[in-house]
Design a protein. Structure first.
Length: 154
């Protein structure tokens, strides 16, 4: 007979990802870090990858919560929409930072959804962003993006 997983053992990879983000945040904010690390395109590319992975988790959780618990599903769907907005802003910031190489410099000014960007990380972040946006457009309406405040319903 197997025992059920303890709550702290139920999601080891998610806990490890969260711990990694906390560690990275502490290392960036540490006064011992010399010189302070500035935001660069590679950094934002990795952060964008984390945000799009969170989008997928929230989408799945919203879909599974919605039938038995409609109110919880709506809150998760709203969180998904707000996270998309944050993801979109990180994508925009990526394109506003200076390119790391001369080859990237030509592509740095804007994202061109009508054509594929040349080379990584621009290719990676833009493809990831377009794919996430495609999923979002199938599940949301323009009114989902209105300003929203959520009151605690405990």
């Amino acid at each position: 007979m197997t025992s059920p997983l303890r709550p702290d053992d139920a999601y080891p990879y998610l806990r490890a990802a969260s711990a990694g983000i906390r560690h990275h945040t502490r290392s960036l904010a540490s006064p011992d870090a010399a010189p302070p690390q500035r935001a660069d395109r590679g950094h934002l590319d990795v952060l964008h990858a984390h945000l799009t992975a969170l989008l997928q988790i929230l989408d799945l959780l919203a879909e599974t919560a919605r039938p038995p618990y409609p109110a919880a599903g709506r809150h998760l769907a709203t969180a998904h929409t707000r996270l998309w907005q944050a993801t979109s802003e990180v994508h925009s910031a990526f394109h506003l930072l200076p390119a790391d190489t001369a080859a990237e410099e030509a592509e740095a000014s804007a994202c061109h959804p009508e054509r594929l960007p040349e080379g990584p990380p621009v290719l990676t972040i833009c493809q990831r962003h377009l794919a996430a946006g495609h999923v979002l457009r199938h599940k949301t309406t323009p009114t989902d993006f209105r300003p929203h405040t959520t009151a605690c319903v405990r």
